[in-house]
Design a protein around this ligand. Structure first.
Ligand code: GDP
Ligand code: GDP
Length: 437
């Protein structure tokens, strides 16, 4: 989603969060449902007339001494502002101009985006108009008398504000969210650097905060790839936790948020138990996956090495046996440029939809070759028909007489038939066996 952002800025207690609530309305739609975003700023969806936008509150700071909190507000506000297309500077009309307002105003004046002064707490019109005029002194432009509590005046402000919001270009293809995960020292951050070195435009993150989850978006051939939690990848390892610390929760969170996982292995170590655990999670969560075997430069090779390796991957990473493998070196850059090509393929399969006709052709063919075994009770399973019910990952419902008449072997056989006949490389495939009610 790509909507213009409006930052709400001002000292504590001037009514910023009240204003945000008013603009965002009763709809409790917090925009970023992405975990990892700290709670000190909230992004909420708002609209006025036919324009939709996102308001971000910079509040949440409570200090008594104004001089103490100003740097903090500034830092918060700066971050919000760097992403915003416009700002509303909220001041307290009942209190009048304070030193804090003056300071905030002085750096708002040098920002490049349009800023609107909202003189809040102006419920009474006569008093409001008088007080409001004082705020011209801030040098930011026309002050708008509003009451966030009553809603008065906000319409005039928004009328003007939306004229200044850019029309965001619609992205045709949704961006691809990539999680780079793996054990410590397999080369995740080296790989990240190799990516960043290779792909020209780096767009700064929309979600995420300074300390926590920061994503980086790279563009290649007109497509956007969001590298999830690049801060986590870069974070200095082993400082607090010792060398055995795996950071598995952070990895799991990244898996939750992505479309495709780059599961990075160290070629020198081969497949470890922790790698298997990660592969299990990827498959459980239904994410697409590319197995990146890194440090390939450090492996002594003969002509069989790669085949031996492939075999090891297939047998030891059976949760993700459908994933494509690539052997790279983040150090020398070998084949790093091929990774995104494989990501593209995996994502395409992950999003793929297959017609009911084709699915039933595969089913007919498969059952003709190989019928379900007759159970001990003398009953035989029968598949009536199948249809794809969702994608990401592709999920196919099979309507059958009785699911208990299909053993694991047969279920695997059917899944393999779908894979051999239709592809689906790089993505998990889900089959739902549904009986007659
Ligand atoms: P923030 O710290 O800037 O986010 O401020 P809040 O939204 O939490 O509001 C601070 C105080 O000002 C609260 O007690 C609000 O009820 C009050 N307040 C907010 N807007 C108005 C308003 O339009 N009129 C009046 N009289 N009080 C308001
Ligand atoms: P991370 O903990 O997964 O982020 O791993 P790093 O990117 O910090 O790499 C750990 C160590 O492996 C560093 O000393 C890197 O220089 C080294 N390394 C990373 N990629 C390669 C590679 O492709 N080949 C070799 N030989 N060493 C690598």
């Amino acid at each position: 989603m790509s909507l213009p952002i409006v930052a709400i800025i001002g000292r504590p207690n001037v009514g910023k969060s009240t204003l945000v609530n008013r603009l965002a309305g009763a709809r409790e739609s917090i925009v970023h449902d992405e975990p990892g975003v700290t709670r000190d700023r909230t992004y909420r969806r708002a609209f006025w007339q036919d324009r939709e936008f996102v308001v971000v509150d910079t509040g949440g700071l409570v200090f008594d001494d104004e001089t103490e909190f100003l740097p903090l507000i500034r830092e918060q506000a700066m971050t919000a502002l760097s992403q915003a297309s416009a700002a509303i500077f909220v001041v307290d009309g009942q209190q009048g101009i304070t030193g804090g307002d003056q300071e905030i105003a002085s750096w708002l004046r040098v920002q490049k985006i349009p800023v609107f002064v909202a003189v809040n707490k102006c419920e009474s019109e006569t008093v409001g108009a008088m007080q409001t005029a004082d705020f011209w002194e801030l040098g930011i432009g026309e002050p708008y008398a509003i009451s966030s509590i009553h809603g008065s005046g906000t319409g005039e402000l928004l009328d003007e504000l939306i004229l200044h919001l850019p029309i965001m270009e619609e992205v045709d293809e949704p961006e691809v969210r990539i999680a780079i995960i793996g054990r410590p020292n397999v080369g995740k951050s080296s790989l990240l650097n190799a990516f960043l070195g290779e792909n020209r435009s780096i767009v700064s993150p929309i979600s995420g905060t300074t300390r926590d989850a920061i994503d980086t978006v790279i563009t290649r051939n007109g497509a956007n790839y969001r590298l999830i939690d690049t801060a986590g990848i870069r974070r200095k390892k082993n400082v607090d936790y010792g060398p055995e610390f795996f950071g598995i929760n952070r990895a799991f969170k990244a898996i939750d948020r992505c479309d495709v996982v780059l599961l990075v292995l160290n070629a020198v170590d081969g497949v470890t138990e922790q790698d298997q655990k990660l592969a299990g999670r990827i498959s459980e969560e239904g994410r697409a996956c590319v197995i990146v075997v890194n440090k390939w430069d450090a492996v002594e090779k003969d002509s069989y090495t790669i085949y031996d390796y492939q075999e090891q991957l297939n047998s030891r990473l059976n949760f993700t046996e459908w994933a494509e493998n690539i052997f790279v070196s983040a150090l020398t850059g070998q084949r790093v440029d091929k990774i995104l090509e494989i990501v593209d393929r995996a994502v395409e399969q992950h999003r793929r939809r297959v017609s009911t006709a084709v699915i039933n052709e595969v089913l007919e063919e498969s059952t003709t070759w190989h019928n379900p075994l007759v159970t001990r009770q003398g009953k035989q399973g029968k598949i009536y028909y199948g249809t794809q019910v969702s994608s990401q990952p592709p999920t196919i419902a099979l309507f059958v007489n009785d699911p208990s008449r299909f053993n694991d072997n047969y279920r695997r056989y059917i899944e393999n038939q779908f894979r051999t006949q239709l592809g689906f490389a790089g993505t998990p495939l889900r089959l739902l066996w549904r009986g007659k009610k």
